[in-house]
Write a protein that binds this ligand. Structure first.
Ligand code: NDP
Length: 457
């Protein structure tokens, strides 16, 4: 049977674009790709990239104060959101252009349209076109979800932040995950008054307790109000507010009413699977609407594969890219390649950042005897000017094998540090391997190789 395409990819985000490019460019496959929105997907257009640029912008908030404490005589001034936003929009346009160009140069035929499956080998586009493909790869990503709350439409989600006309004076952020905590720090750094309601007893559920405790402490010390065990009971336009640019009245589950200029829902994301014809052709979905796949990213329908956030495995861009590459090797390279989801390092871009790989202390303890090596201290750069910032370097070590099971760093640029420490952990380094490395002095990260005695075992 002949098909219009060897591969049709649904979704032009990081995972889909990589798979399409490599299948076409390196394996000579005839590839089509449909994207209904902007090329680059969540990461490039409304996630990691614009978020990180905002992290950079907000990091300058106290630079004058710090420089002056060091002896400079700088003048300050307010942050100009519209100037930043104009530059950001230009950068995102440039990156989108890069993605489109890379696809074109690899010979991928692109369609600016929504796609759905008609049968295991046929996709139909919102333009009315229909194509057959030997393989279909679904890389349609995920979307922010709002809580089931009356008037939830009055709040915004993370996608909206980059398009605000002006920054609010005050914002309530609901949620305690990556997005809630990162935007709490970013917006606070840009001068917004930030309150965060988290329904759990601590932010960043799932991360190492000591590390997330330090981040919460440091966020509060900077002036972010964090209320744990708190949710929104009711949301309504405040008197005189229009709910859009105007103020919102929030009733907390803990009682009391307060007014905020904006409410941001950072309450999780859901896979983009509705109305794609998936169940009709036999693709199985899980309880959260995620596409169920095997270790090769193959769905219950042999010709249909899925990668990235739509599968809700580990929702990180580099993981989606790995899944895309493994799919191409499996299907077009003749080498069945499972995706390695073990020991994936990641960073939370709070201020200070958290870099982490492997097991938290709590997870490791549940598996067997461990030794905990940790130190928390005031780093030289900020202690010199009497600032209260603290950092944490922590290793979770298996008492029997001596292997480092987890490494958790809370510090400025912890994301950069964990990428490198992650190599050692992924290689199976023991505590003694870390100890054999000579410290780089004076740095914050030298502490990771000079942790002498366990603090707990
Ligand atoms: P998360 O799932 O990480 O966090 C959602 C938060 O919202 C949790 O605190 C959750 O509470 C809370 N929540 C969920 N539903 C409700 C509700 N109805 N009412 C009140 N609170 C609620 O999602 P995010 O949106 O923060 O991030 C999505 C994913 O995006 C992450 O898992 C991550 O993979 C990825 N990401 C990665 C980043 C990075 O690598 N730096 C940055 C941003 C996103 P509870 O814990 O109690 O369930």
């Amino acid at each position: 049977m002949s098909f219009d395409f060897d591969l049709f990819v649904i979704g032009g985000g990081s995972g889909g674009v990589r798979a399409a490019r490599v299948a076409a460019g390196e394996h000579g496959a005839k590839v089509g790709l449909a994207e209904m929105d902007r090329y680059g997907g969540t990461c490039v257009i409304r996630g990691c990239v614009p978020k990180k640029l905002m992290v950079f912008a907000s990091g300058f908030g106290d630079v004058v104060e710090r420089a002056n404490a060091y002896g400079w005589d700088y003048g300050g001034g307010p942050f100009d959101w519209s100037r930043f936003r104009t530059r950001l929009e230009g950068e995102l346009e440039r990156l989108e252009g890069v993605y489109r160009r890379l696809l074109k140069e690899s010979g991928v035929e692109t369609f600016d349209a929504r796609a759905r499956l008609r049968d295991p080998h046929t996709v139909e586009l919102s333009t009315g076109e229909t194509f057959t493909a030997k393989h279909v790869l679904i890389a349609s990503g995920g979307r922010a979800v709002r809580p089931a709350l009356d008037n939830a439409g009055l709040g915004i989600v993370s996608d909206d932040i980059f398009h605000l006309d002006r920054l609010p004076e005050t914002i309530l952020i609901l949620g305690g995950g990556y997005i809630a905590c990162e935007f709490a720090c970013i917006l606070h750094g840009l001068g917004v008054g930030v309150t965060l309601y988290c329904r759990g007893d601590q932010i960043l559920r799932g991360f190492d307790d000591e590390a997330r405790g330090l981040i919460a402490e440091q966020m509060r010390a900077r002036g972010i109000e964090i209320q744990t065990a708190t949710n929104i009971a009711a949301l309504a336009p405040a008197d005189g507010g229009d709910g859009g640019r105007g103020a919102l009245r929030v009733t907390a589950t803990t009682g009391g009413e307060r007014t905020f200029d904006r409410v941001l829902f950072a309450t999780g994301r859901a896979p983009n699977t509705p109305d794609m014809g998936l169940e009709d052709v036999g693709v199985e979905l899980g309880a959260r609407g995620e596409i169920l796949v095997d270790e090769y990213s193959q769905t219950a329908v042999p010709s249909v594969y899925a990668i990235g956030d739509v599968t809700d495995r580990i929702n990180l861009t580099p993981v989606a890219i790995r899944e895309g590459m493994a799919f191409v090797r499996t299907v077009f390279g003749g080498t069945p390649t499972p995706v390695d989801h073990e020991l994936v390092p990641s960073a939370v871009f709070t201020q200070p950042e958290m870099g982490t790989i492997g097991l938290s202390e709590e997870e490791a303890r549940a598996q067997g005897p461990v030794e905990i090596y940790a130190t928390s201290f005031r780093p030289m750069q900020t202690s010199f000017i009497d600032r209260p910032e603290k950092v944490l370097m922590k290793l979770v070590v298996c008492s029997e094998t001596r292997r480092v099971l987890g490494c958790h760093i809370v510090a400025p640029d912890a994301g950069e540090m964990i990428q490198l420490a992650g190599i050692a952990v992924k290689m199976g380094a023991t505590k003694e391997d870390f100890d054999r490395v000579v410290a780089v002095h004076p740095t914050m990260s030298e502490e990771i190789v000079t942790l002498r005695a366990p603090v707990r075992s």
